[in-house]
Design a protein around this ligand. Structure first.
Ligand code: ADP
Ligand code: MG
Length: 463
C-alpha cells in the first residue's frame, strides 16, 4: 500500500543518511587526529578540550594500603574501598555500594547533591570491617571519579566546565568540585581527604594499566562517551609546566564534544540536539552513547507513525514522549531472535502502548535499531582509530612487536552485544589484519572505580 511504501521511504532515507562507509570512517578518524593536535596546541584550540589531567604516573602494582573511591558520572554513583597489598598480593579486598541519584538532585543545587553524596559515603565508611582500616593517625584518602568536563588545576582540584548527560546544576558550574565535596564532608563530620580527582576514562586507564602495562588508552561507552590516553608530555604545546619525570601525561579528550562535517548527521539528530539540555554541544556523544540511541529510534518511529501511519490511523501518544524508549530496551529488541519477534512486540506494547503489531512492523523496528546502533559503533571505532593514529600505532613498523591495549568500559559496550561486536569488527576492518594482531580491545570491568582508588594511593599525602 501507499502507506507502507511511504514508511519504507522514510526508513531508507534515514539509513542512507546514517551511512558509514569505510572511506567516511577514515575521514572521521583523520578529523579526530587533527582536532587532537589542535586541542593540545592551545586552550580553546579545538572542540576537543584535550584536558591535561595532571596524572603523569599510572599505577605500577606496588600500591599499598586502604583507599576509597567515589564514582559520580551518570544515573548512579558508587562508593568503593580497596585494600591494596603491593606487587604480589595486589587487590586484597574490594567492597562497593551503588546508590541511585534522585532525579530532582540532578537539576537542583550543588549543596543538595554533594550533601547526599557525602551522607552515602559516611554510611559506607561506617561499615568498614575487621582488618580493614587505615593506619592510626592517618586520614582516610579518596579518589574522586567525576565524569563531567572539568578544568583541572592540580591532581586534586578542578572546576566544572559544564554539565552533560542530563545534569543541570547551575551553581556548581565554575566551582571546584573537590572543594564542593570536601565542604559537604565537613558539614557532616566525615574526615576524609580527596587526593585525586579524575574522570571515568582516566580511572579506567589507570585500572587497566594496573593489570596490563600495554594499556595506552581508555574509552567509555555508557550513558555518555569519552576517551583518555597517554601522551608524551613534550607533544603538548599548551603545557607550560615542568616536564614530568615519566615523560608522560594522561589527556582527557572529552571526545563526546567532537564534531566534524564528516559525521553522518540526520534531521532527527538535529532536532534531538536542539531540544536537549545542551544544544550544539556533545554532538559525537549524541549519536553514539546510551543516553541517546533509544531516543533516536523513537524519533524515527514517530515520524513513520505521523507520515505513514505505521501504527494505524492515529499516532500512539507515548511515542511523542522524549526518552521514553531507553537504549537497554532498544538493545533488547535488537537482540530478539524469536521467530515472531515477541520481545519487540512486548516492548512496543509495554513501553509505547502499541498493541498487536504485525511481524512486518516489528522487523522495521529491528532494522531501525540496527541502523542507529551500527552508526554509533562504527563511529566509535573511527574515534579509536583517530587515537591510534595520533600515537603512531595504526601502522606496522619494521620489526615491531609492541601491543597496544585499549581499555573499554561502560554499560553500552558491556551489555549491547550487537554494538560491541560491530565496534570490534569495524576497528579490525579499519586497521587491516596485520596491524589488528597488535591492537587489543579489552573490557576493563569497573576499572574506573578501582583506578581512582589506585590514583589516590599513588598521590597519597603520606608518600
Ligand atoms: P554511566 O555511564 O551512567 O556511568 P554505565 O557505564 O553503567 O553508567 O552505563 C549505563 C548506560 O549504559 C545506560 O544509561 C544505558 O544507556 C546503557 N546500557 C545499560 N544497559 C544496557 C543494555 N542492556 N543495552 C544497551 N545499553 C545499555
Ligand atoms: Mg560510569
Amino acid at each position: 500500500s501507499g502507506r507502507w511504501a511511504r514508511a519504507m521511504a522514510i526508513l531508507r532515507e534515514f539509513e542512507e543518511k546514517c551511512g558509514t562507509p569505510i572511506a567516511k570512517l577514515r575521514q572521521v578518524a583523520d578529523a579526530m587526529t587533527v582536532e587532537m593536535h589542535a586541542g593540545l596546541a592551545s586552550e580553546g584550540g579545538s572542540k576537543l578540550k584535550m584536558i591535561i589531567s595532571y596524572v603523569d604516573n599510572l599505577p605500577t602494582g606496588d600500591e599499598k594500603g586502604l583507599f576509597y573511591a567515589l564514582d559520580l558520572g551518570g544515573t548512579n554513583f558508587r562508593v568503593l574501598r580497596v585494600q591494596l597489598g603491593g606487587k604480589d598480593k595486589r587487590v586484597v579486598k574490594q567492597e562497593f555500594e551503588e546508590v541511585s541519584i534522585p532525579p530532582h538532585l540532578m537539576v537542583g543545587s550543588s549543596d543538595a547533591l554533594f550533601d547526599y553524596i557525602a551522607a552515602a559515603l559516611a554510611k559506607f565508611v561506617a561499615t568498614e570491617g575487621e582488618g580493614l582500616h587505615v593506619s592510626p593517625g592517618r586520614q582516610r584518602e579518596l579518589g574522586f571519579t567525576f565524569s563531567f568536563p572539568v578544568r583541572q588545576s592540580s591532581i586534586a582540584s578542578g572546576s566544572l566546565i559544564k554539565w552533560t548527560k542530563g545534569f543541570s546544576i547551575e551553581d556548581a558550574v565554575g566551582q571546584d568540585v573537590v572543594g564542593e565535596l570536601t565542604k559537604a564532608m565537613e558539614r557532616i563530620g566525615l574526615d576524609m581527604r580527596v587526593s585525586a580527582l579524575v574522570n571515568d576514562t582516566i580511572g579506567t586507564l589507570a585500572g587497566g594499566r594496573y593489570y596490563d602495562q600495554d594499556v595506552v588508552a581508555a574509552v567509555i561507552l555508557g550513558t555518555g562517551t569519552n576517551a583518555a590516553y597517554v601522551e608524551r608530555a613534550q607533544s603538548i604545546p599548551k603545557w607550560h609546566g615542568l616536564l614530568p619525570k615519566s615523560g608522560d601525561m594522561v589527556i582527557n579528550m572529552e571526545w563526546g564534544n567532537f564534531r566534524s562535517s564528516h559525521l553522518p548527521l540526520t534531521e532527527y539528530d538535529q532536532v534531538l540536539d536542539a531540544e536537549s539540555l545542551n544544544p550544539g554541544e556533545q554532538i559525537f556523544e549524541k549519536i553514539i552513547s546510551g543516553m541517546y540511541l533509544g531516543d533516536i529510534v523513537r524519533r524515527v518511529l514517530c515520524r513513520m507513525a505521523e507520515e505513514a501511519d505505521l501504527f494505524g490511523d492515529t499516532v500512539p501518544p507515548k511515542l511523542k514522549i522524549p526518552f521514553i524508549l531507553r537504549t537497554p530496551d532498544m538493545s533488547a529488541m535488537h537482540h530478539d531472535t524469536s521467530p515472531d519477534l515477541r520481545v519487540v512486540g512486548s516492548k512496543l506494547k509495554d513501553i509505547l502502548d502499541i498493541p498487536n503489531t504485525s511481524l512486518k512492523t516489528r522487523k522495521v523496528v529491528i532494522e531501525l535499531c540496527d541502523i542507529v546502533a551500527t552508526r554509533g559503533a562504527r563511529l566509535s571505532a573511527a574515534g579509536i582509530l583517530g587515537i591510534l593514529k595520533k600515537l603512531g600505532r595504526d601502522t606496522m613498523k619494521e620489526g615491531d612487536k609492541q601491543n597496544s591495549v585499549i581499555a573499554l568500559d561502560g554499560g553500552l559496550y558491556e551489555h549491547y552485544t550487537e554494538f560491541r561486536t560491530c565496534l570490534e569488527s569495524t576497528l579490525k576492518e579499519l586497521l587491516g589484519a596485520e596491524v589488528s594482531d597488535n591492537i587489543v580491545i579489552k573490557h576493563s570491568n569497573d576499572g574506573s572505580g578501582i583506578g581512582a582508588a589506585l590514583l589516590a594511593a599513588s598521590h597519597s599525602q603520606y608518600l
